[in-house]
Design a protein around this ligand. Structure first.
Ligand SMILES: Nc1ncnc2c1ncn2[C@@H]1O[C@H](COP(=O)(O)OP(=O)(O)OP(=O)(O)O)[C@@H](O)[C@H]1O
Ligand SMILES: [Mg+2]
Length: 317
């Protein structure tokens, strides 16, 4: 029987560490991003997102540890890495008195794309980011959202396989954010691997297939988006309402080995379960078998933002 091949890593870091003076901005990070991922890199201010992306983009050397990008070591093979990545920094200057096409043509020339080919390349990337209509416009006359998209067009000029995007949606209004996310989806469909950082988990929830959450330079979660919720909902809570005596129901629940804690809250019972794997029907069965009249049993729905705050305890540096 043949097994399907494991996905190939686009990025792998091994004990990646970066100090600024005595302060560890990154501590022993082991991160894997697979080819084809639209990967969300999430953390509060000062968590180490920009530091990590700058190391992967070869702009900053790690203090210790290693990072491999599409098979190339970021320190030893920095040139090879630069050819296969497109890095969009969190703050980038655009030349406001240049026209859109001039700007992109300039970067195309920097990447040594032959003049004859550049016009087509520029058209293609403008189309991808939805700026075809703005080709002759001065950059200073573009909206913030359009300038961000132009920044994205710039890093696509040399057709990189991996995009490192540092908060590309920050400062954009909701509509511009959605447009940016749609472009990223399209780029993923075209086969790019994309790492996008943000401090807003819910912003990435719908588009990313995997996320990493970092806090104070440490990786605290890496995996599917759904896994963030699952990991954090250990000892999760269900709410129970009974039509019979609540004190009796409470005593039944307190006697259940699956239950850690029960308290009365707004006419309901708040039940904290011992394990994430506990089946709700056990709780229902305990109540009903004990003679309580169960009328409602509902799991607490945690918003992703709330989960994130629990994961990170809202800490910033
Ligand atoms: N050049 C520097 N010199 C000294 N300390 C730095 C430098 N750059 C970053 N740091 C520190 O390293 C830590 C990580 O910063 P980093 O910019 O990587 O975080 P971030 O997750 O990108 O934050 P933000 O959401 O604010 O962009 C912070 O404590 C920051 O103050
Ligand atoms: Mg940053």
């Amino acid at each position: 029987m043949s097994e399907s091949a494991p996905p190939l890593a686009a990025v792998q870091t091994f004990g990646l560490t970066r100090f600024y003076g005595a302060m560890a901005a990154l501590s022993g990070m082991d991160l894997t991003v697979n080819k084809g991922d639209l990967f969300g890199f999430i953390g509060s201010n000062g968590a180490g997102k920009t530091t990590t992306l700058r190391i992967l983009a070869t702009f900053l050397a790690p203090t210790s540890g290693r990072a491999v990008v599409l098979g190339h070591d970021v320190v030893k093979d920095a040139d090879a890495v630069r050819h296969v990545i497109g890095y969009m920094p969190d703050f980038f200057g655009v030349y406001k008195d240049m026209e859109v096409t001039e700007y992109l043509d300039f970067f195309g020339a920097c990447y040594r794309i032959p003049a004859a080919q550049r016009e087509k390349t520029v058209s293609d990337v403008l189309e991808l980011v939805g700026l075809s209509e703005k080709r002759g416009v001065l950059i200073g006359a573009l909206s913030r959202g359009m300038q961000q998209r132009l920044g994205l067009a710039r890093v696509l000029i040399h057709d990189p396989q991996l995009l490192l995007l540092d908060e590309p949606a920050s400062g954009l209004d909701p509509r511009a954010r959605i447009e940016m996310m749609e472009i990223l989806r399209e780029l993923q469909r075209l086969g790019k691997t994309i790492i996008i950082s943000s401090h807003i988990l819910s912003e990435l929830e719908t588009i990313c297939n995997r996320v990493a959450i970092i806090e104070k330079g440490r990786l605290i979660y890496s995996g599917p988006v759904q896994g963030v919720r699952d990991q954090m909902s250990q000892g999760r809570v269900v709410f129970v309402r009974v039509a019979s005596d609540p004190a009796h129901a409470m005593a039944l629940l307190q006697a259940s080995p699956e239950v850690v804690e029960v308290s009365a809250l707004d006419g309901r019972l708040k039940v904290t379960l011992a394990s994430h794997d506990t089946d709700h029907s056990i709780i229902a069965a305990r109540l009903v078998q004990g003679g309580a009249k169960l009328v409602e049993l509902r799991e607490e729905e945690l918003g992703l933002e709330e989960v994130f705050m629990r994961v990170t305890q809202g800490e910033t540096q």
